[in-house]
Design a protein around this ligand. Structure first.
Ligand SMILES: *[C@@H]1O[C@H](CO)[C@@H](O)[C@H](O)[C@H]1NC(C)=O
Ligand SMILES: *[C@@H]1O[C@H](CO)[C@@H](O)[C@H](O)[C@H]1NC(C)=O
Ligand SMILES: *[C@@H]1O[C@H](CO)[C@@H](O)[C@H](O)[C@H]1NC(C)=O
Length: 189
């Protein structure tokens, strides 16, 4: 894919040839490091299955992601999670951007005192290089004993959760308790 940003230096109208060449090389390098190395170039979209520790998987109901036990023919309703790393964040925190439906609708949690989770139309391969405004799409993964938690980057201390009851929406919670399940299995399809 071509680098979308034209280098601002690439208009050497009255420059002598050698300088033009030097500028072009500089531009190429600046572009390479500043924007052409943005994730989209080599971003691979991973396709995973996610289900909570009580074996509830995710599916869409009334345009909302809910968690429930999908049996028999209903198993086909399960939404697979498509994800990419957000390389702008520290790699060690395992920052992921997640979406469903081939990564055309992504999980978002804008910063708020009582944060909520929603699905936003987006292109997951375009998101990693979006500006500050899109930070709500990032979650930090952490692993323990075979299970993962997903902490909202925009809302530190808040994690993706399902309800302990079946067929209720995916949301965010600070702590696991009798009604909130924060631990998920997360595996390659
Ligand atoms: C996802 O991609 C597959 C294969 O390209 C396509 O058949 C399917 O319609 C797409 N689904 C959505 C929801 O975009
Ligand atoms: C998403 O963006 C990528 C990279 O720009 C593009 O190749 C792809 O066609 C886009 N997908 C959709 C569904 O618009
Ligand atoms: C990725 O992380 C950077 C750095 O914090 C942030 O500015 C950007 O909005 C994030 N992108 C997404 C899609 O969350």
């Amino acid at each position: 894919m071509a680098c979308p940003m034209a280098c601002p230096m690439a208009s050497p109208i009255a420059c002598p040839t050698a300088l033009t060449l030097a500028l072009l090389i500089l531009c190429a390098e600046a572009e390479g490091f500043a924007s052409c190395h943005a994730p989209t170039l080599q971003t691979k979209v991973f396709k995973y299955r996610i289900w909570d520790m009580n074996q509830k998987s995710l599916y869409l109901r009334n345009d909302q992601l809910v968690a429930g036990h999908l049996q028999g023919a209903n198993a086909a309703l399960e939404e697979k999670v498509f994800w990419v790393p957000n390389r702008s964040f520290e790699h060690a925190r395992l920052p992921v951007i997640m979406g469903i439906q081939n990564g055309t609708r992504c999980l978002a949690s804008p910063a708020a005192p009582q944060p909520t989770l929603r699905l936003e139309a987006a292109n997951i391969t375009e998101l990693p290089r979006a500006g500050e405004a899109s930070a709500p799409f990032t979650f930090f993964r952490s692993y323990k004993d075979g299970l993962w938690r997903f902490e909202s980057a925009a809302n530190p201390g808040w994690f993706l959760c399902t309800s302990a009851r079946a067929h209720e929406p995916l949301g965010l919670s600070r702590h696991p308790d009798a009604t909130h399940v924060l631990d998920f299995y997360f595996q390659l399809c």
